[in-house]
Design a binder for this molecule. Structure first.
Ligand SMILES: [Zn+2]
Ligand SMILES: [Zn+2]
Ligand SMILES: [Zn+2]
Length: 333
Protein backbone atom coordinates (compact mmCIF):
# COMPACT_ATOMS: atom_id res chain seq x y z
CA UNK A 1 0.00 0.00 0.00
CA UNK A 2 1.42 3.36 -1.06
CA UNK A 3 0.62 6.00 1.53
CA UNK A 4 1.68 9.55 2.13
CA UNK A 5 4.67 9.62 4.41
CA UNK A 6 3.14 11.37 7.32
CA UNK A 7 4.99 10.67 10.49
CA UNK A 8 3.49 11.46 13.84
CA UNK A 9 5.76 14.06 15.55
CA UNK A 10 5.04 12.37 18.88
CA UNK A 11 5.23 8.59 18.31
CA UNK A 12 6.60 8.43 14.71
CA UNK A 13 3.77 6.19 13.52
CA UNK A 14 2.68 6.48 9.90
CA UNK A 15 -0.87 7.50 9.00
CA UNK A 16 -2.93 4.56 7.80
CA UNK A 17 -6.57 5.49 8.39
CA UNK A 18 -8.76 7.47 6.01
CA UNK A 19 -8.61 11.24 6.55
CA UNK A 20 -12.01 12.91 6.35
CA UNK A 21 -11.27 16.49 7.38
CA UNK A 22 -8.56 19.12 6.97
CA UNK A 23 -6.66 18.11 10.11
CA UNK A 24 -4.79 14.83 10.34
CA UNK A 25 -4.46 13.02 13.66
CA UNK A 26 -2.28 10.05 14.51
CA UNK A 27 -4.11 6.69 14.50
CA UNK A 28 -1.98 5.48 17.38
CA UNK A 29 -1.81 8.36 19.86
CA UNK A 30 -4.19 11.06 18.60
CA UNK A 31 -1.48 13.69 18.05
CA UNK A 32 -1.96 16.36 15.37
CA UNK A 33 0.04 15.40 12.26
CA UNK A 34 -0.63 18.14 9.72
CA UNK A 35 -3.15 19.25 7.14
CA UNK A 36 -4.99 17.55 4.31
CA UNK A 37 -5.30 20.20 1.60
CA UNK A 38 -7.58 18.10 -0.62
CA UNK A 39 -10.20 18.00 2.09
CA UNK A 40 -9.76 21.75 2.59
CA UNK A 41 -10.37 22.39 -1.07
CA UNK A 42 -13.32 20.04 -1.40
CA UNK A 43 -15.07 21.62 1.53
CA UNK A 44 -14.36 25.15 0.26
CA UNK A 45 -15.98 24.17 -3.00
CA UNK A 46 -18.97 22.50 -1.34
CA UNK A 47 -19.58 25.64 0.70
CA UNK A 48 -19.14 27.93 -2.31
CA UNK A 49 -21.73 25.97 -4.29
CA UNK A 50 -24.23 25.44 -1.51
CA UNK A 51 -27.23 27.76 -1.14
CA UNK A 52 -26.95 27.63 2.64
CA UNK A 53 -25.20 30.17 4.84
CA UNK A 54 -25.51 33.03 2.34
CA UNK A 55 -25.34 35.63 5.10
CA UNK A 56 -22.23 34.08 6.62
CA UNK A 57 -20.60 33.90 3.22
CA UNK A 58 -21.27 37.59 2.61
CA UNK A 59 -19.83 38.38 6.04
CA UNK A 60 -16.79 36.25 5.20
CA UNK A 61 -16.20 38.01 1.88
CA UNK A 62 -16.60 41.44 3.45
CA UNK A 63 -14.10 40.51 6.10
CA UNK A 64 -11.64 39.36 3.45
CA UNK A 65 -11.98 42.75 1.75
CA UNK A 66 -11.31 44.47 5.07
CA UNK A 67 -8.24 42.31 5.55
CA UNK A 68 -6.97 43.22 2.08
CA UNK A 69 -7.62 46.92 2.74
CA UNK A 70 -5.78 46.79 6.06
CA UNK A 71 -2.86 45.07 4.34
CA UNK A 72 -2.76 47.72 1.63
CA UNK A 73 -2.95 50.58 4.13
CA UNK A 74 -0.56 48.90 6.59
CA UNK A 75 -3.24 49.35 9.23
CA UNK A 76 -1.99 47.22 12.14
CA UNK A 77 -5.11 47.33 14.35
CA UNK A 78 -7.63 46.63 11.59
CA UNK A 79 -5.45 43.90 10.12
CA UNK A 80 -5.27 42.09 13.46
CA UNK A 81 -9.04 42.46 13.94
CA UNK A 82 -9.93 41.16 10.47
CA UNK A 83 -7.40 38.31 10.66
CA UNK A 84 -8.80 37.04 13.98
CA UNK A 85 -12.36 37.45 12.67
CA UNK A 86 -11.45 35.39 9.61
CA UNK A 87 -10.53 32.41 11.77
CA UNK A 88 -13.69 32.81 13.82
CA UNK A 89 -15.76 32.71 10.62
CA UNK A 90 -13.68 29.79 9.34
CA UNK A 91 -14.87 27.72 12.28
CA UNK A 92 -18.50 28.53 11.53
CA UNK A 93 -18.48 28.28 7.76
CA UNK A 94 -15.97 25.46 7.25
CA UNK A 95 -16.49 22.88 10.00
CA UNK A 96 -13.92 20.52 8.51
CA UNK A 97 -11.18 23.10 8.06
CA UNK A 98 -9.91 22.71 11.61
CA UNK A 99 -10.63 19.04 11.70
CA UNK A 100 -13.15 17.22 13.87
CA UNK A 101 -11.97 18.86 17.10
CA UNK A 102 -13.08 22.21 15.69
CA UNK A 103 -16.66 21.16 16.41
CA UNK A 104 -15.93 21.34 20.15
CA UNK A 105 -16.35 24.83 21.69
CA UNK A 106 -13.44 24.35 24.14
CA UNK A 107 -11.05 23.63 21.28
CA UNK A 108 -12.30 26.55 19.19
CA UNK A 109 -11.78 28.85 22.17
CA UNK A 110 -8.21 27.64 22.57
CA UNK A 111 -7.45 28.18 18.90
CA UNK A 112 -8.93 31.69 18.98
CA UNK A 113 -6.79 32.57 22.02
CA UNK A 114 -3.73 31.31 20.13
CA UNK A 115 -4.55 33.42 17.05
CA UNK A 116 -5.18 36.53 19.13
CA UNK A 117 -1.75 36.21 20.72
CA UNK A 118 -0.09 35.30 17.44
CA UNK A 119 -1.33 38.34 15.52
CA UNK A 120 -0.73 40.60 18.52
CA UNK A 121 2.90 39.52 18.59
CA UNK A 122 3.67 39.29 14.88
CA UNK A 123 1.73 42.06 13.10
CA UNK A 124 3.80 45.25 13.12
CA UNK A 125 5.41 47.68 10.67
CA UNK A 126 8.13 45.18 9.83
CA UNK A 127 5.52 42.53 9.03
CA UNK A 128 3.87 44.82 6.46
CA UNK A 129 7.18 45.86 4.94
CA UNK A 130 8.34 42.28 4.49
CA UNK A 131 5.03 41.30 3.04
CA UNK A 132 4.96 44.17 0.60
CA UNK A 133 8.49 43.39 -0.50
CA UNK A 134 7.59 39.73 -1.02
CA UNK A 135 4.42 40.51 -2.96
CA UNK A 136 6.31 42.81 -5.33
CA UNK A 137 8.92 40.14 -5.89
CA UNK A 138 6.37 37.34 -6.37
CA UNK A 139 4.23 39.41 -8.72
CA UNK A 140 7.26 40.22 -10.87
CA UNK A 141 8.42 36.60 -10.89
CA UNK A 142 4.87 35.32 -11.42
CA UNK A 143 4.44 37.47 -14.52
CA UNK A 144 7.19 35.49 -16.24
CA UNK A 145 5.60 32.07 -15.60
CA UNK A 146 4.14 29.98 -18.36
CA UNK A 147 1.05 28.04 -17.33
CA UNK A 148 -1.89 26.15 -18.73
CA UNK A 149 -4.90 24.32 -17.29
CA UNK A 150 -4.86 20.52 -17.20
CA UNK A 151 -7.95 18.79 -15.77
CA UNK A 152 -8.91 21.97 -13.96
CA UNK A 153 -5.53 22.20 -12.27
CA UNK A 154 -2.69 24.61 -13.07
CA UNK A 155 0.23 23.19 -14.98
CA UNK A 156 3.46 25.22 -14.86
CA UNK A 157 6.38 24.96 -17.18
CA UNK A 158 9.12 23.85 -14.81
CA UNK A 159 11.90 26.20 -15.94
CA UNK A 160 14.32 28.55 -14.15
CA UNK A 161 11.68 31.26 -13.85
CA UNK A 162 9.42 28.83 -12.06
CA UNK A 163 12.28 27.80 -9.74
CA UNK A 164 12.95 31.46 -8.89
CA UNK A 165 9.27 31.92 -8.13
CA UNK A 166 9.26 28.82 -5.97
CA UNK A 167 12.41 29.83 -4.10
CA UNK A 168 11.04 33.30 -3.29
CA UNK A 169 7.96 31.69 -1.74
CA UNK A 170 9.93 29.07 0.14
CA UNK A 171 12.38 31.63 1.57
CA UNK A 172 9.47 33.60 2.97
CA UNK A 173 7.86 30.49 4.50
CA UNK A 174 11.20 29.43 5.95
CA UNK A 175 11.58 32.73 7.68
CA UNK A 176 8.06 32.60 9.10
CA UNK A 177 8.38 29.01 10.23
CA UNK A 178 11.97 28.86 11.42
CA UNK A 179 12.33 26.49 14.38
CA UNK A 180 14.19 29.11 16.36
CA UNK A 181 11.55 31.74 15.76
CA UNK A 182 8.69 29.44 16.70
CA UNK A 183 10.48 28.14 19.78
CA UNK A 184 11.11 31.68 21.01
CA UNK A 185 7.66 33.01 20.20
CA UNK A 186 5.51 33.73 23.23
CA UNK A 187 2.33 32.95 21.35
CA UNK A 188 3.39 29.33 20.82
CA UNK A 189 2.56 28.62 24.46
CA UNK A 190 -1.08 28.99 23.40
CA UNK A 191 -0.76 26.60 20.44
CA UNK A 192 -3.61 24.12 20.98
CA UNK A 193 -1.81 21.08 19.57
CA UNK A 194 1.31 19.14 20.51
CA UNK A 195 4.52 21.02 19.65
CA UNK A 196 7.95 19.43 19.33
CA UNK A 197 11.16 19.90 17.34
CA UNK A 198 9.45 18.03 14.51
CA UNK A 199 6.59 20.54 14.34
CA UNK A 200 8.23 23.37 12.31
CA UNK A 201 9.19 20.91 9.55
CA UNK A 202 5.64 19.56 9.59
CA UNK A 203 4.28 23.11 9.31
CA UNK A 204 6.64 23.82 6.42
CA UNK A 205 5.48 20.74 4.55
CA UNK A 206 1.85 21.70 5.21
CA UNK A 207 2.47 25.17 3.82
CA UNK A 208 4.13 23.82 0.68
CA UNK A 209 1.31 21.29 0.37
CA UNK A 210 -1.20 24.13 0.49
CA UNK A 211 0.70 26.19 -2.04
CA UNK A 212 0.89 23.40 -4.61
CA UNK A 213 -2.60 22.01 -4.04
CA UNK A 214 -3.99 23.81 -7.10
CA UNK A 215 -1.16 22.61 -9.35
CA UNK A 216 -1.58 19.60 -11.61
CA UNK A 217 -0.05 16.28 -10.57
CA UNK A 218 3.02 16.58 -12.79
CA UNK A 219 3.90 20.05 -11.47
CA UNK A 220 3.26 18.91 -7.90
CA UNK A 221 5.61 15.96 -8.35
CA UNK A 222 8.34 18.18 -9.77
CA UNK A 223 8.01 20.71 -6.94
CA UNK A 224 8.17 17.95 -4.33
CA UNK A 225 11.24 16.48 -5.94
CA UNK A 226 12.90 19.88 -6.34
CA UNK A 227 12.37 20.71 -2.67
CA UNK A 228 13.76 17.38 -1.53
CA UNK A 229 10.39 16.13 -0.29
CA UNK A 230 10.65 13.24 -2.70
CA UNK A 231 10.30 10.68 0.08
CA UNK A 232 6.83 12.04 0.84
CA UNK A 233 5.30 8.76 -0.28
CA UNK A 234 6.32 5.40 1.08
CA UNK A 235 5.28 1.80 0.97
CA UNK A 236 3.96 0.33 4.18
CA UNK A 237 2.72 -3.15 4.92
CA UNK A 238 -1.03 -3.61 5.03
CA UNK A 239 -2.23 -2.74 8.48
CA UNK A 240 -5.13 -4.58 10.00
CA UNK A 241 -7.58 -2.21 11.55
CA UNK A 242 -9.95 -3.00 14.38
CA UNK A 243 -13.29 -1.39 14.71
CA UNK A 244 -14.95 0.27 17.65
CA UNK A 245 -17.38 3.11 18.25
CA UNK A 246 -16.66 6.61 19.51
CA UNK A 247 -17.25 6.78 23.22
CA UNK A 248 -19.27 9.98 22.83
CA UNK A 249 -21.02 10.11 19.44
CA UNK A 250 -21.04 6.36 18.66
CA UNK A 251 -19.62 6.88 15.15
CA UNK A 252 -17.65 3.91 13.94
CA UNK A 253 -13.89 4.35 14.35
CA UNK A 254 -11.08 2.16 13.08
CA UNK A 255 -7.75 1.84 14.79
CA UNK A 256 -4.56 -0.14 14.16
CA UNK A 257 -3.04 -2.72 16.49
CA UNK A 258 -1.10 -1.01 19.28
CA UNK A 259 -3.07 2.23 19.18
CA UNK A 260 -3.67 3.87 22.56
CA UNK A 261 -5.85 6.83 21.71
CA UNK A 262 -7.28 8.53 18.66
CA UNK A 263 -9.46 11.41 17.60
CA UNK A 264 -12.97 10.59 16.35
CA UNK A 265 -13.32 11.87 12.75
CA UNK A 266 -16.94 12.77 13.37
CA UNK A 267 -17.06 14.68 16.64
CA UNK A 268 -13.39 15.35 17.41
CA UNK A 269 -13.38 13.64 20.79
CA UNK A 270 -10.05 12.09 21.72
CA UNK A 271 -10.91 8.50 22.68
CA UNK A 272 -8.58 6.72 25.09
CA UNK A 273 -9.06 3.17 23.89
CA UNK A 274 -8.07 1.08 26.87
CA UNK A 275 -9.96 2.95 29.58
CA UNK A 276 -12.86 4.06 27.33
CA UNK A 277 -12.43 7.59 28.58
CA UNK A 278 -12.30 10.84 26.67
CA UNK A 279 -9.61 13.46 27.00
CA UNK A 280 -10.86 16.96 27.78
CA UNK A 281 -9.84 19.36 24.99
CA UNK A 282 -9.53 22.19 27.47
CA UNK A 283 -7.55 20.82 30.44
CA UNK A 284 -6.32 17.46 29.14
CA UNK A 285 -7.84 15.44 31.99
CA UNK A 286 -9.59 12.21 31.09
CA UNK A 287 -12.96 10.98 32.27
CA UNK A 288 -15.79 8.62 31.35
CA UNK A 289 -18.57 10.46 29.56
CA UNK A 290 -22.21 9.80 30.36
CA UNK A 291 -24.62 10.95 27.68
CA UNK A 292 -23.99 12.84 24.46
CA UNK A 293 -23.24 16.19 26.02
CA UNK A 294 -20.85 16.05 28.93
CA UNK A 295 -19.03 18.42 31.25
CA UNK A 296 -15.44 17.86 32.31
CA UNK A 297 -15.46 17.15 36.08
CA UNK A 298 -12.13 18.98 36.41
CA UNK A 299 -12.56 22.23 34.44
CA UNK A 300 -16.23 22.27 33.42
CA UNK A 301 -15.55 22.43 29.64
CA UNK A 302 -18.37 20.94 27.59
CA UNK A 303 -17.85 18.22 24.99
CA UNK A 304 -20.71 17.35 22.71
CA UNK A 305 -21.48 14.65 20.17
CA UNK A 306 -22.15 15.83 16.63
CA UNK A 307 -23.59 14.49 13.44
CA UNK A 308 -21.55 14.21 10.24
CA UNK A 309 -21.48 17.37 8.09
CA UNK A 310 -24.05 16.99 5.32
CA UNK A 311 -22.13 18.57 2.46
CA UNK A 312 -22.43 16.90 -0.89
CA UNK A 313 -19.20 15.63 -2.41
CA UNK A 314 -17.53 17.42 -5.28
CA UNK A 315 -18.43 15.94 -8.61
CA UNK A 316 -17.02 16.40 -12.09
CA UNK A 317 -20.05 18.52 -12.91
CA UNK A 318 -19.25 20.86 -10.05
CA UNK A 319 -15.64 21.12 -11.16
CA UNK A 320 -16.84 22.12 -14.60
CA UNK A 321 -19.21 24.68 -13.15
CA UNK A 322 -16.86 26.12 -10.56
CA UNK A 323 -13.20 25.46 -11.37
CA UNK A 324 -13.24 26.56 -14.98
CA UNK A 325 -14.79 29.99 -14.37
CA UNK A 326 -12.48 30.35 -11.36
CA UNK A 327 -9.32 29.77 -13.38
CA UNK A 328 -10.66 32.09 -16.02
CA UNK A 329 -10.97 34.82 -13.40
CA UNK A 330 -7.58 34.13 -11.84
CA UNK A 331 -5.48 33.37 -14.88
CA UNK A 332 -7.55 34.61 -17.78
CA UNK A 333 -7.54 31.22 -19.48
ZN1 LIG B 1 1.35 9.25 17.27
ZN1 LIG C 1 -17.21 10.81 18.07
ZN1 LIG D 1 -11.26 19.67 31.47
Amino acid sequence: MLVRKLKCPNCSAVKVNEIKTGFIYCDFCGTYMGLDMNNFRNEAMDVALSDDNQEKKTEYNNNLLQLADALKNKDIENYKKAAVKMHELDFELYPNRYGPKGKQPAYRQKYMTYYQHMYEETVNDEFFQKREHLMEKITALGAKLKSSIVNNMVHYEFNDDFKDYLNANIDYFKELLSSEKLRNANYMQYYPEYFSDATPDMMMRNTVNGMISTYDEETQKKVIEYLGYKDEYMDVAEVSLKETTCILCAASIRFPEGATSLVCEQCGTKNILETKELECLNCGASYKPEGEEVKCPFCGARTQASKPADYSKVTAKIQEKYYKPLWKRILGI
